[in-house]
Design a protein around this ligand. Structure first.
Ligand code: SPD
Length: 278
């Protein structure tokens, strides 16, 4: 098969991947969901023709969204993941034996089904008895959660378009701050600084209005637009975000305590973005 799958990442930027098989392509109530087998990156999940994850580079993104937050809270028991229907964040959170409850609030239940069927290395932890799946709008779910319910909130949002735009809003982060327990930590994916500098500035500013400690860190995710990817971390307590605890069980492929410390070392232009957000 000589099919080239492309993502129009911005009006002036495309990602092209040679695709060896269309494993599944269907339309849900919200979007087109597709899984392809690509020549370079293994299986790829696309929503509305945008890469959500691939077997080859997912570990960078999921480990870096989850472990800096989980390794900062002394003993997280309750974790909320907003978005993340592929299950990659669930898998990483389930590595922590102290975690008793993991709630996944995902808009589209068909994404979960498709990933369970075709991406078992990513979606394999949905069977963990600690995991509760809530299918529906994450913003609405959060608005109904009682105060101080979760020790950790992870925002595994798609790109800030359409229904996902609410996951980058001021109201959403205000609710997240209300729902986090004292000492709680929030981590959110905040896109690429080359393509979404305004979004990074805005989220950093909004978080700083709600949390006493806010940081920005980064990693490289080759299939995401611009490849250099940022994450924003916010906590209710004065904590050194660069000091991580060890992974309690198993091993990681990307994240280490040293990588976490290094990820907060910002190149000058990224430090500038953070400064401009103040
Ligand atoms: N452009 C890709 C941004 C996607 C971020 N979230 C992806 C979900 C992976 N669990």
């Amino acid at each position: 098969m000589n099919l080239w799958w492309t993502e129009q990442q911005t009006p002036g930027l495309r990602l092209g991947l040679r695709c060896e098989e269309i494993i599944e392509r269907r339309r849900s109530a919200y979007q087109e969901i597709a899984v392809y087998r690509t020549a370079e990156y293994g299986r790829l999940l696309a929503l509305d023709d945008m890469v959500m994850t691939t077997e080859a580079d997912e570990f960078v993104y999921h480990e870096m969204l989850v472990h800096p937050a989980l390794s900062t809270v002394t003993s997280a028991r309750t974790v909320l993941i907003v978005g993340g229907g592929d299950g990659g964040c669930v898998r990483e959170v389930c590595r922590y034996p102290a975690v008793e409850r993991v709630v996944l609030a995902e808009l589209d239940g068909e994404v979960i089904e498709v990933c369970r069927r075709h991406l078992p290395t990513i979606a394999g932890s949905f069977v963990d008895p600690r995991v509760e799946i809530r299918v529906g709008d994450g913003v609405a779910y959060l608005a109904d959660v009682p105060a101080e319910t979760f020790d950790v909130i992870l925002v595994d949002a798609p790109d800030p378009l359409g229904p996902a735009a609410g996951l980058f809003s001021e109201a959403f982060y205000a609710d997240a701050a209300r729902v986090l327990a004292p000492g709680g930590v929030l981590a959110a994916q905040t896109e690429c600084p080359f393509l979404h500098a305004d979004l990074i500035r805005r989220v950093q500013r909004v978080l700083r209005a709600q949390f006493p400690v806010v940081g920005l860190y980064w990693a490289v995710v080759p299939t995401y637009p611009g490849a250099m990817w940022t994450f924003s971390l916010a906590t209710k307590e004065h904590t050194d975000l660069t000091r991580a605890r060890r992974l309690p069980v198993g091993s990681s492929r990307y994240w280490t305590q040293e990588v976490q410390a290094g990820a907060f070392a910002l190149p000058t232009f990224l430090r500038g973005l953070v400064e401009e957000s103040k």
